[in-house]
Design a binder for this molecule. Sequence first.
Ligand code: IVH
Length: 664
Amino acid sequence: MIPENVRSEVDNLRERIRHHNRLYYTEDRIEISDGEYDALMRRLIELESRWPGLASEDSPTLRVGSQPLPRFPSILWDPPMLSLDNVFSAEEFAEFDRRVRQELNLENDPVYSVEPKLDGLAVAIIYENGVLQRAGTRGDGSAGEDVTPNVRTLRSIPLKLTSTSPVDLVVRGEVIFRKNDFEKMNRERESNGQDTFVNPRNAASGSLRQLDSRITSSRPLSFIAYGTAHWPAGISSQSSLFNYLEGLGIPVNPHNIVCRGVDEVESAYHTLEQKRDEFSWEIDGVVIKLNEASLQAEMGTLSRFPRWAAAWKFRAEEAVTRLIDIEIQVGRTGKLTPVAKLEPVFVGGVTVSSATLHNEDELRRKDARPGDMVIVRRAGDVIPEVVRSMGNSEGERGKRFEFPRICPVCGGPVAREEDASAHRCMNPSCPARLRESLFHWGARDALDIEGLGSKLAEQLADRNMVKDVADLYSLTRLQLVSLDRMGEKSADNLLSELQRSLRTNLQKFVAGLGIPGVGRAVSGLLSERYADLNELMDAPVDEFLAIPGVGPVLADNLYRFFHEKITRDVVNRLLSAGFSPQGNSTGDGEKPLLGLTVVFTGGISLSRSDARIMAEKAGAKVTGSVSEKTDIVVAGPGAGEKLQKARKLGLEIISEDEFMRRIK
Ligand code: IVH
């Protein structure tokens, strides 16, 4: 029996969390700090795992994501998800309006719904009986990718509609990043040394189309609805549809405007264009739709566009100029960015003489070459970018730009990151990277050296006192006290911290090296596989590839890091300084789950990747689906099909707590 007070606390927590989700994602307001929100969520997870009988298909705890998929299943759209035809000026819109009035034989000006055109990724969400069942991307309009587990993680999307009567509905809308969420995420990625996203639209698409929904869950995506596949009963206009959706708890755009006739539409267009910088999300124009359902039906659709709607984009702040040359800049994290040097051109209110080409993939896609005429765009405060090359009509085109395989600043090796298009200089003593790598070495997940913060790292690098992390171990007391804000006591403390760090283990040591893509989790896998650093350094690339969780790019980065002269040298000097980091691979450790196949399902408080690593460490094999071959199913609240199947097969089902007990 579940005590009544637990039941009501859970109801109360769920309602409070939903309330804060709604405030943030649909009303743009916050009432509590991130910390308080996390505390509510943690408490709910705790209660749900202690009382599995409280599981519910719409609990906010279900938004944590689940096991990665091998690929996306496809999902069919009928009627298809259409695109929109464009108008480019007031005259063209007047022409559209004339056609509408003529064809519909209207005596009065028609009413239009003028909506901000959101710049994200189109998705449709299927609700049956008011409960979210499936969701997918637009794809080619007739078939998209089924991204249900990912869409479930978006906090602005209700898992259950607020309705007293059962509702079957297919909601269509756009998944977007709010500008502040986008900037915050990019700042965090930058400080973690991860590649940043080019713009909110790319970030939204990249984040939603992840096979591992736990990644989507960690990205603050939003959703705004702009329509439905079919008109709900009793709803006969676009504007009443928005009210109806809002009533069901589905976020709609608060800036939609109802207008009569071309003049009102034109002024709504200008109003929204002027206000675009104030909005929480990016818009790139307006969408104008006939407001009445019956008139839409009468106009009908062509194969790709409806004849009852048009998109009218805002003037892009773009200009054409000549690309003089392409240079590579090396950033603070060692990232190599191709930059176009341009003949100066006036765009978006300023003169621009260089613009980013982002990365090698973008550069290839745009195929911009020296001598080409290129289109340059500057949106708001963002860095100007080259949108497209128009080639060179006046003569032969220049050579295709070859992305460098060595760092143009220091000549060090360059590696491409797994899952990212970024290239990074791997030389830890590259001036562009040095500060970052010193700071990273001292971080908590790495060598955890108290006193080695960003300020100290900066001073050591800028004064040329060290050229890589190995040099930290030959710093003298005299050198240290010469630094700003470094007294004798702090110098002594730092020296003893450095001495202490020599006794670290293989996981922390490898995490500290800053090998692209190799953080705490991957270095943990390596320290499970190798007994010590020498064994790791001499491993062939195939051996890395054989480690579950290590893909080809990562394997290559590891191999290169330990074989390039510059990086191997640093590691050897660290060994001479007194390091001898040991791994956990003794081969005879206790393996309580040896040979067993384990499946995790439902909401458990561990992240799925931590759960997997812990189970594997205990000797188990972890799979995503339940079958006769499964030995143990670890089930948390909200577990559904897999749990049922496990029961049917008579498998052993245990709770997360029991799992923790067994692996201890
Ligand atoms: S209506 C049948 N409304 O723009 C009409 N689309 O360029 C199709 N979009 O695929 C959709 N804001 O992803 C509609 N208020 C809005 C929109 C909108 C953005 C996107 C949508 C569509 C694309 C077409």
